[in-house]
Design a protein around this ligand. Structure first.
Ligand code: PMM
Length: 261
């Protein structure tokens, strides 16, 4: 089965990967349409950066950033709303979003009452401090158990479409991220559809940089991001969340080819 490609559309001034580029509403809508033309299956619209160290955004401001963008894009493509605020999620669904992409894994009731899909992502700690000293005894087991518990609770609460996401970079060292990718099957084997978002993240910069203190800059992480997506798709990810949609769609086609027997 071919994995789906979710294109990232951050309507923020400060996201680590594309901060400020699509902050203007018209620029964001134009960028979204570009990603649709490149073959995105879903567009993930977000109005608050969750990069390490980021502070929270006021709910009214978050609504102001995302709602018009969701409304403009929803007739063209499936839209997810990247938020952990119930009010923003509900308003975005009213504007046309059909998935709540929830980095806090706490909005299952909202998704159930709105009758939309829900992505439960794992995060240790909160964005402001999560990268200070992340610790696990067994990162794969702990992430899997957490997501399975949340996913089952969501099904009981009436969510018809549940996705799980290991939350690459959210309270995780590079080694934790690599373990989760290496053992992604542990998540796939739960039977829930798995989403992976590794695109442009800092561990890829560290792995491909010129030295321990010289990580590759965000704009030079395209190849590493594609490699991580191919890795995740090969391991059974049902959807990858990426900035570089066109290349990833091609990769998804290759990985998803039926093999003649
Ligand atoms: N990563 C970011 C934001 N939202 N949502 C999901 N489900 N999974 C992720 O890995 C994820 C996310 C941060 O990346 P960005 O700043 O490039 O949007």
């Amino acid at each position: 089965m071919q994995s789906l490609v979710m294109g990232v559309l951050n309507v923020t001034p400060d996201s680590f990967s594309d901060g400020g580029r699509w902050f203007d509403r018209e620029a964001a809508i134009a960028r979204g349409l570009e990603l649709v033309a490149e073959g995105a299956d879903v567009l993930d619209v977000g109005g608050e950066s969750t990069r390490p160290g980021a502070g929270p955004v006021d709910e009214a401001e978050e609504r102001r950033r995302v709602l018009a963008v969701v409304e403009a894009l929803a007739p063209h493509v499936r839209v997810s709303i990247d938020t952990y605020k119930a009010g923003v999620a509900r308003a975005a669904v009213d504007a046309g979003a059909s998935i709540v992409n929830d980095v806090s894994a706490s909005l299952a009731e909202v998704a159930a009452s709105c009758g939309v899909g829900w992505i439960a992502m794992h995060m240790q700690g909160a964005p402001r401090t999560m990268q200070e000293d992340p610790r696990y005894v067994d990162v794969v087991g702990e992430v899997r158990d957490f997501l399975l518990e949340r996913a089952r609770a969501a099904v009981s609460a009436g969510v018809g479409e549940v996705w799980i996401d290991p939350g690459i970079g959210f309270g995780k060292t590079p080694e934790h991220n690599l373990s989760l990718l290496r053992h992604l099957r542990a998540l796939v084997d739960t039977g829930f559809d798995v989403v992976v978002g590794a695109s442009r993240k800092s561990f890829l910069g560290r792995l491909t940089g010129a030295g321990p203190d010289l990580p590759a800059p965000v704009e030079d992480r395209g190849e590493a991001s594609l490699a991580a997506s191919v890795w995740a798709m090969t391991a059974g990810a049902a959807m990858v969340r990426v900035h570089d949609v066109a290349a990833t769609v091609q990769a998804a086609r290759i990985v998803g080819q039926p093999v003649p027997v």
